[in-house]
Write a protein that binds this ligand. Structure first.
Ligand code: ADP
Ligand code: MG
Length: 258
């Protein structure tokens, strides 16, 4: 068995008294695409944010490429316990994970090209020349070769989201997390963003995608996970979960979005 890209084991997350993730177990193999479905408030964004350590988990373990996220195991007085990693080490772990949000969060005063260059220079310490070359290559890949010098306000939502994807890819991530990347887009712009994501998947990128785009899930997902009320209600292939859902909650949800 090869090491999974992501392994969540009995992950819990509480915000005060709000128990949002109630024991999530999820394995995502390298090179595969996992699509997460589920009603609003079920904990999908929180699950992604925990993987990327934007949130601290309350209990459980998350491994990315076999490495425990956020902690190291230490033995003290004969007891195994977890010790928090230094923020610098957390930042290092996070650098392998790209994330794309519903809102594109581009720097408004930077051009598309500058947006894709910035992190490479600041975080990876790449030279300006190398970062520029890589940014141009990635903007070309997402179909924006002719929009590099535009500012976000001069781009459509779909174009901005493609810049955001290029910006995430510029960090050479091993894993990409997408949180409803097309939900804020006008319907006619959804396809161009999904096309870029399909291309990425075909290229072997490991992806976890929260989306309501059932067509995308059917076509691209290796694994579909249905979440409700902080638990994974069922998971399986698209055929299993979308076409033959076993659980009532999955059936109810799908009848609303299909
Ligand atoms: P989904 O993405 O499936 O819509 P979320 O993960 O955003 O669900 O939210 C799940 C629950 O967690 C909601 O009840 C939400 O109010 C709560 N929640 C999310 N983020 C926070 C936060 N930073 N502080 C407090 N509660 C939060
Ligand atoms: Mg969400």
């Amino acid at each position: 068995m090869t090491t999974p890209m992501v392994e969540m084991r009995d992950v819990h997350k509480e915000f005060g008294h709000n128990h949002v993730l109630k024991g999530i177990d999820l394995t995502v193999q390298a090179g595969s695409v996992c699509v997460m479905l589920g009603p609003s408030g079920s904990g999908k964004s929180t699950a992604l944010r925990c993987i990327n350590q934007l949130e601290e988990i309350t209990a459980g373990r998350i491994y990315v490429e076999g490495e425990l996220m956020g902690y190291k195991e230490v033995t003290k007085g004969g007891h195994d316990r977890l010790q928090k990693l230094h923020p610098k080490l957390v930042a290092k772990q996070r650098a392998h994970i790209g994330m794309v949000f519903q809102r594109f969060n581009l720097f408004p005063h930077f051009t598309a090209l500058q947006n894709v260059i910035e992190g490479q220079v600041q975080v990876l310490g790449r030279s300006k020349a190398d970062a520029t070359a890589r940014a141009k290559q990635l903007l070309d890949r997402v179909g924006l070769a002719d929009r590099m010098d535009h500012y976000p306000a001069q781009l459509s939502g779909g174009q901005q989201q493609r810049v955001a994807i290029a910006r995430a890819l510029a960090m050479d991530p091993d894993l990409m997390l997408f949180d409803e990347p097309t939900s804020a887009l006008d319907p006619e712009l959804v396809g161009e963003v999904l096309a870029v994501m399909k291309d990425l998947a075909a290229d072997g990128m490991t992806m976890i995608v929260v989306t309501h785009e059932i067509g995308f899930a059917r076509e691209v997902a290796d694994q579909v996970v249905f979440m409700a009320d902080g638990v994974i209600v069922e998971h399986g292939t698209p055929t299993e979960v979308i076409d033959n859902p076993q659980e009532q909650r999955t059936q109810d949800f799908l009848s609303k979005v299909l």
